[in-house]
Design a protein around this ligand. Structure first.
Ligand code: AMP
Ligand code: MG
Length: 499
C-alpha cells in the first residue's frame, strides 16, 4: 500500500455518464490545522483515524492532497427552495472524492465541503466559515448518536484563511460521509430538461446502491418510490420525536438515501412550541416544526413527478401509480410517528386512547412551554412505581427539572395506562430512559462553542460538547450544565444559513 492509499476507493457515481457531474479538484488552502477526527466513524469505514490526524491526512481533508483512487467531482442538481424552483444548483462548495466500502460492505461517499469553487458556485466563494463547520460536526454527530439516519463529519480542519461574509471569519473544511449525496433535486434537474434517459440511469443507480430489493419487485421504479417514501417517513418521524427542526427542507437538501443532510439553520427545540421556526430566512414559517411532515410529503410529490416517465409507458397509468404511492404518506407517517411516541412513553401495546394521550401531552407541553427533551426524560424517571427513588441522585434530573403541577392529571392517566403493560414500572422506566435522551445539541451550547472557537481560538468547549453528545442517554449530574435548558439570556431565537 502506497502512503496515499489509506482510503480504499470504489467509485460508482463517477462511472455514470458525464451529465451528472463536472470533474473538479478541490482548491488548496494555505495552512490547514486539524480540528477533530471522528474515530468511531473512521473505524467503521476502515480508515485509520491516526492517519487522518497525521499531516498527510490533514492535507487530504483540506483538499491540499488528492489520495490515490479518488476521482474528484462536483455533482449537479436543481431544487425547490422555499417552494421556488431553481433549475441550476449543484455542489457549489463541495467536491466528492469518491466512495469507499465499509467493513460490512456498505458504500459511503467521501466528500469535502468548503473546498473551493466549482462550476456550480454561482458566484459564491466555495468556502465555509469555521462556525457552520463546527455546527455541522456537533449536530450531525448528535443525530447519529441518537440513532437518526444522518450524513456525518469524518474530520474537519481549519484552513488558515479567512472567508468573508458580513465580516472576515476563520475558514474551515470538513470531510462529509453519507450513503450518497443524491438529492430529490438531482432527479428534478434531469426531469426539468426532459432527459428521461438520465432519470432512468440515476434511478437504476439509486436502486442498485440503496434499494437493491426493488429489483425483485414487479415494478422496480414504483417500489423504489415506495421505499424512498418509507425512508422519509421514518426520518421525519424521528426528527419530530426529538424536537429537531431542520430549517431548510428544500428538495436539494433531501436525500434518496433517507439520511439527514444540510445542517445549516437547524436546531433542537428547547421549550415545546409546534410553530417554532429558527431559520432567519424562513419568514413565513414554511419549515416550522409542525410543518415538517407536510413538507416532506410535498417534496415527495416532486420526486414522484420526476419518476412518472419510468413508472409506466402509459402516462395515465404512471400518474395513477405515483398518486397511489404518494397517498400512502399520511397513514405511513401517522403510524411511524405514533410508534416512536408510544415507545417514548413506555407503551408497547397499542390501545384505544393512546393517540389521544400523546396529543394531550403535547398540548399540555405547548401550554406550559415545558422543555421538550426534559419533559420526556423526567417522565421516564416518573414511570417507575409512581416515584423515582430507584434512581441514584446523580442519575436523576430532578435537581434541574421538574414538571409543573398542571401535568398531575395527565400523569395519573398515563400511570393508569402503563399499568396495562406487562412489564414492571421499573422495566418501563429503564426502557424509556434508553430512548429519551437527556443530552441534545442545544442551540445555546452550540453557539457558546462556536464563539469560543472563533473569538478565542479555543476548541476545548467544542471537544467537550462532542464528547458529551456521544452518550445522549447517560445522565451524570456532574454534566448537568449540558442538560439544562438555556437561561432567558442564553436563548438563541434564530439560526443562520451556513453560507
Ligand atoms: P445550502 O443552502 O447550503 O443548501 O446551499 C444551496 C446551494 O448554494 C448549493 O448549491 C450550495 O452548493 C451553494 N452554496 C452555498 N454556499 C456556497 C458558497 N459559499 N459558495 C458556493 N456555493 C455555495
Ligand atoms: Mg444544501
Amino acid at each position: 500500500m502506497n502512503s496515499l492509499d489509506p482510503i480504499t476507493f470504489d467509485n460508482s457515481y463517477a462511472q455514470l455518464s458525464g451529465v451528472f457531474y463536472s470533474h473538479q479538484l478541490p482548491t488548496p488552502v494555505s495552512s490547514p490545522k486539524l480540528i477533530r477526527v471522528n474515530h468511531q466513524l473512521a473505524q467503521q469505514l476502515g480508515i485509520d483515524p491516526e492517519w487522518l490526524e497525521s499531516n498527510e491526512g490533514v492535507a487530504v481533508v483540506a483538499g491540499n492532497q488528492i489520495p490515490n483512487g479518488a476521482i474528484p467531482l462536483a455533482a449537479v442538481y436543481a431544487g425547490y427552495q422555499f417552494g421556488q424552483w431553481n433549475p441550476q444548483l449543484g455542489d457549489g462548495r463541495a467536491v466528492l472524492l469518491g466512495e469507499t466500502l465499509a467493513g460490512n460492505g456498505d458504500r459511503y461517499d467521501i466528500q469535502l465541503k468548503g473546498s473551493g469553487p466549482t462550476p456550480y458556485s454561482r458566484g459564491g466563494d466555495g468556502r465555509a466559515p469555521l462556525g457552520p463547520v463546527l455546527r455541522e460536526y456537533i449536530v450531525s454527530d448528535a443525530m447519529a448518536n441518537l440513532g437518526i439516519a444522518s450524513t456525518r463529519v469524518l474530520a474537519a480542519v481549519t484552513s488558515g484563511e479567512d472567508v468573508f461574509r458580513d465580516s472576515a471569519l476563520p475558514g474551515a473544511v470538513l470531510m462529509r460521509v453519507g450513503k450518497s449525496h443524491i438529492r430529490f433535486g438531482t432527479f428534478q434537474y434531469f426531469t426539468a430538461q426532459g432527459d428521461i434517459e438520465a432519470t432512468r440511469q440515476l434511478a437504476d443507480h439509486v436502486i442498485q446502491r440503496h434499494y437493491p430489493q426493488s429489483l425483485a419487485a414487479e415494478n422496480p421504479y414504483k417500489d423504489l418510490l415506495d421505499r424512498v417514501i418509507k425512508a422519509q417517513v421514518d426520518l421525519i418521524a424521528s426528527w419530530q420525536s426529538v424536537g429537531f427542526i431542520h430549517g431548510v427542507m428544500n428538495t436539494d437538501n433531501m436525500l434518496l438515501s433517507g439520511e439527514t443532510i444540510d445542517y445549516g439553520p437547524c436546531a433542537f427545540m428547547d421549550d415545546f412550541d409546534p410553530d417554532k421556526v429558527f431559520s432567519s430566512i424562513d419568514r413565513a414559517g414554511r419549515y416550522a416544526y409542525k410543518n415538517q411532515p407536510g413538507i416532506a410529503h410535498w417534496n415527495l410529490v416532486g420526486l414522484a413527478q420526476s419518476l412518472i416517465p419510468l413508472l409506466n409507458n402509459d402516462e395515465t397509468t404512471a400518474i395513477a401509480l405515483a398518486q397511489e404511492s404518494i397517498d400512502a404518506f399520511p397513514t405511513l407517517f401517522n403510524n411511524a410517528y405514533h410508534r416512536i411516541m408510544r415507545e417514548k412513553l413506555g407503551l408497547t401495546k397499542i390501545l384505544d386512547g393512546d393517540e389521544a394521550l400523546i396529543k394531550n401531552l403535547l398540548e399540555l407541553m405547548t401550554e406550559e412551554r415545558t422543555d421538550f427533551t426534559l419533559t420526556f426524560r423526567r417522565l421516564s424517571e416518573l414511570a417507575s412505581s409512581h416515584d423515582d427513588q430507584s434512581l441514584r441522585p446523580q442519575q436523576s434530573i430532578r435537581e434541574i427539572f421538574e414538571l409543573p403541577t398542571a401535568f398531575s392529571t395527565w400523569i395519573s392517566q398515563w400511570h393508569e395506562r402503563i399499568d396495562e403493560e406487562e412489564a414492571t414500572t421499573q422495566e418501563i422506566s429503564k426502557a424509556m430512559l434508553a430512548v429519551n435522551p437527556v443530552f441534545i445539541a442545544r442551540n445555546h451550547l452550540v453557539e457558546q462553542v462556536i464563539s469560543s472557537a472563533t473569538q478565542q481560538s479555543d476548541l476545548k468547549p467544542f471537544h467537550t460538547l462532542v464528547d458529551i453528545l456521544e452518550h445522549p442517554y447517560h445522565y451524570d449530574s456532574r454534566c448537568s450544565e449540558y442538560a439544562k435548558p438555556p437561561q432567558t439570556d442564553q436563548v438563541v431565537k434564530q439560526t443562520f444559513c451556513g453560507t
